[in-house]
Design a protein around this ligand. Structure first.
Ligand SMILES: NC(=O)c1ccc[n+]([C@@H]2O[C@H](COP(=O)([O-])OP(=O)(O)OC[C@H]3O[C@@H](n4cnc5c(N)ncnc54)[C@H](O)[C@@H]3O)[C@@H](O)[C@H]2O)c1
Length: 431
């Protein structure tokens, strides 16, 4: 029974008189018809706007940003062009994806400093504190780098960017990083590291001219390998995390686009990058935070009480490796979506080549922070982390002139100085 049927029974409100009986019945039928029509229309409305296929807000947080930002218009295009304008002889114009991220910010700034054209792209997702991404954006803005807010899955946006700027290179750093978060939000890894990569390569392959692409893979592709140091020739078919599996998939996808479309593709396997403006989800970062707060920190140990160790690599060394890869990247050979000849396909390790136990990392932080850590030793859980990483960098040394120069002690000193200034010096983010 509809609530309209209830209305006449309201005492004293609708007192009906006999002569009007038929007219009232007719009115009542019309009202019912109108009511049910409205209910029906309402249901159709609810169905279309709440059905999962058209839901504008899928559960995965990284997807939220796909539709939010607005782009386009002559002012926007002017900013894009100005940011991507090459200002040095023989400079390159680079689209840097993930430019509000840790590595992306440093690479964008370095390219801009030497006169290359740089345009950033980032969806500013909330995997970690977006205010840190905004602070990096402010920093880049001051050097003349504009970051377009958008998702690498947005083909229309990517096509528009290539229409406005004929990028010579793409430095692809946008990804869902971190190994442990995959157990919480596996979809975000598929969204950014697989679907997003394919979408980007689709647009690059159709661009005229096609850009050369340098992109971030990861040392995590070595997975459960025990032969060290890790060499590019080693097997990479036993990933220990979904993150690693998506990076490995990325390397295979890169092979396909190189093979079919003649895209020049260089994958860089970064080894545990650290430094100022770093990522809050990484151990060196949250250990610093927790040690300062007097909170206990969990330090993992491998089987038989063996130390977990990492080939920690300072951000400036990684940036030099990225620039070396961009500078030695050959042109893509395709045009109009068709391959015209064989194109370059490379993979390089970018590490420091000197693994340090995590316990030693904590000791260095204790000395720099002048605070004793409350150490909580735990068994390494099987949630994606591997016990040991060590890069063989001879290939990058020979081809890119890559030579890391910063040891962990010196690099952490710079990180701690930045951290204290940023978090305890009144958020001096953009200074
Ligand atoms: N930092 C490391 O130790 C390390 C090690 C190995 C590999 N990598 C790889 O290097 C790259 C950069 O890492 P980072 O440490 O700077 O991470 P980061 O999370 O700080 O940067 C990634 C950026 O990409 C953006 N992003 C994510 N998905 C996106 C999407 N779909 N569309 C647009 N933007 C998106 C994020 O907002 C973020 O700003 C990543 O590909 C990462 O997997 C990093």
């Amino acid at each position: 029974m509809s609530h309209l049927d209830d209305i006449p029974s309201t005492p004293g409100k609708f007192k009906m008189e006999k002569p009007y009986f038929h007219r009232i019945r007719w009115h009542s039928s019309l009202a019912k018809l109108t009511f049910w029509s409205l209910v029906f229309l309402g249901m159709i409305f609810i169905f279309f706007f709440r059905s999962p296929s058209s839901s504008p807000l899928p559960a995965d947080p990284s997807r939220r940003s796909l539709r939010t930002p607005s782009w386009g218009g002559s002012d926007w295009e002017k900013k894009v062009r100005s940011s991507a304008r090459v200002r040095s002889r023989n400079g390159i114009s680079v689209l840097v994806t993930g430019s509000a991220g840790f590595v992306g910010t440093h690479v964008s700034a370095a390219l801009k400093r030497r006169g290359d054209g740089v345009l950033g792209l980032d969806n500013f997702n909330d995997y970690y504190d977006p205010s840190l991404k905004r602070a990096r954006q402010a920093l880049l803005e001051r050097t003349g780098v504009f970051i377009v807010e958008g998702d690498i899955n947005d083909s229309a946006l990517l096509m528009k960017l290539f229409e406005v700027v004929p990028f010579t290179h793409v430095m692809h750093l946008a990804a869902q990083a971190g190994v442990r978060y995959a157990m919480e939000n596996p979809g975000s890894y598929v969204h950014s590291n697989i679907a997003g990569l394919v979408n980007l390569l689709e647009v690059c392959k159709s661009a005229n001219p096609q850009p050369a692409i340098v992109w971030a893979s990861s040392s995590s592709v070595y997975g459960l390998n025990t032969k060290v140091p890790f060499s590019e020739r080693d097997r990479t078919d036993q990933p220990a995390s979904l993150y690693a599996a998506t990076k490995k998939a990325g390397e295979e996808i890169a092979h396909t686009y190189n093979h079919i479309y003649g895209l020049s593709l260089t994958g860089l396997r970064f080894f545990t990058v650290y430094g100022p403006w770093g990522r809050p989800d990484m151990a060196y970062f949250f250990f610093t935070r927790d040690i300062l707060k007097g909170k206990p920190i969990s330090i993992f140990e491998a089987a038989n009480h063996a130390s977990v160790a990492r080939d920690f690599t300072y951000i400036d060394d990684i940036v030099r490796g990225c620039l070396g890869a961009l500078d030695t990247a050959e042109k893509s050979t395709g045009s109009g979506g068709k391959k015209r000849g064989p194109a370059q396909l490379r993979v390089f390790n970018l590490g420091n080549t000197s693994p340090v136990p995590v316990t030693e990392l904590v000791s260095i932080l204790e000395r720099l922070l002048k605070v004793k850590a409350k150490r909580n030793i735990m068994k390494l859980p099987r949630n994606g982390d591997v016990p040991y990483t060590h890069a063989n960098i001879s290939f990058a040394q020979a081809e890119l002139g890559y030579k890391p120069t910063t040891d962990l002690q010196a690099g952490l000193k710079k990180f701690v100085r930045w951290y204290l200034n940023y978090y305890t010096g009144g958020k001096k983010a953009a200074e």
